[in-house]
Design a binder for this molecule. Sequence first.
Ligand code: GDP
Length: 535
Amino acid sequence: MENAALAAQFPIEQEVKRRRTFAIISHPDAGKTTLTEKLLMYGGAIRTAGTVKAKKSQQFATSDWMEVEKQRGISVASSVMQFEHEGCVINLLDTPGHKDFSEDTYRVLTAVDAALMVIDAAKGVEAQTIKLLEVCRQRKTPIITFINKMDREVREPLDVIDEIEQILGIACAPITWPVGMGKEFAGVFDLRRHHMLKFTPGDNTAHQAVEVLESVDDPYLTKNFPIAHATFKEELEIVQEVADPFNQEAFLAGDLSPVFFGSAINNFGVRDILEALTQWAPSPRPREAKETTVYPDGAQFSGIVFKIQANMNPQHRDRIAFLRICSGVYRQGLKVNHARSAKPIRLDHAITFMAQERAHLTTAYAGDIIGIPNHGKLRVGDVLSEGELLAMVGIPHFSPEIFKKARLNDPLRSKQLNKALKELGEEGTIQVFDPLEKTGMIMGAVGQLQFETVAHRLLTEYNIDATFESVSVHKALWVSSEDIHQLKRFTQASAERLAYDAAGALAFMPPTRAALDITIERWPELTFHTTREIS
Ligand code: GDP
């Protein structure tokens, strides 16, 4: 009854429909921070450039209301940025890179409905982009591509497009096409509207008008940029002949990416991306739960925890669980059920990420992210829902790539170490593998930061002083097969390279890439998975 009243009070369908939740994926230095800043400027969330940069370098200290944020030295606020544009509520989720790269970076991608891929036009497709896009492809996340830094001497645009298609396995539909590059960068041609957008460097304001040239042969181009113009005309012919046209369905299926060229630092091309986001990117979509489908505009609230930000200060054990709302409305004081413990929880102090500053949240809708302070009760993959307990799938573990063993400085504490690692493994801080041959727990992570977090927490929360040593493992892949006999044979034959993870799932840990390839070839009846769903 109460829920029906709530739904009637708030036009939930409209609220859900106008939401766009996305993340930017890129390799470090491609321009993610710069672009984020420009996007926020369009949304009016910040007025001057440099704000996000300041946060990045940890100087941003105007908000002081959350201890966790101050202590940790990083801003919870910069993890999720919400702003409005053209009637849409846009949630931009940060994907930590550089030193902060961890499994959380991947998990963020499970909480978004679309992704913006930023490519440095001089460098093309780079390592971190490949990894992140792989996760998007698995989930069929729609991808918008921005090819950045056209104001520099970069690679041929056709080359870059070709590389994206070949390496990332996604078709590209150019929406704009550059005329020249570097000092000769004259602007981009809008392939839909058949006009030119003139590039003017150094623009830092959000709402400057981009000058439009109606003809591709405008004297401005032919006189000032004759070589760039001639090259562009040749390329245009090729593009019009061979490039995939934009197709909304293929985009939503994650098979085709609209591509824009520009220069984030000059705020050029940013508006086109926002237009694509608001017009093409999907609003929150239904989610599969066991035995039911969760519709975003359903009256009952539900959400899934995709990331835990632990406090690094030993005096404060509080942490923030980031929850993606999958359906319904959140209001302060909402009572929900916690599926894993089957216990009720009252959400009193959730935080939201409104435009300029955060406030204690009053209302949020499906598609939005809320941060729930807690003391370890919530874990990655946990589902909170009004009404019945929901088991939602969707936050997997990702194949780790860095492996270490903990060596105790006090060998008598090995029991405590195993218990601590098991707990941290269950929490999702790190992955823990127990070798079949009982040669000592192996920790696996996708980023170095995860080991630093574990070392810190072992010391401060468990009073365990340990040093970490590398182990020769190339990757951990989960193994399954419908053929039980083959699986058994494999388990016997490869016992020294097998381990159980925190949930008891079997993982294969080859020492080298070559060993992995040989094994895959030798055991065709087995499947080697790069992710494992948290159940
Ligand atoms: P991030 O590591 O992906 O967040 O990248 P940043 O936004 O910090 O950008 C990396 C560097 O590239 C910085 O020095 C930026 O000023 C620069 N940069 C970003 N966008 C552009 C652009 O459009 N043109 C040029 N020339 N430099 C850019």
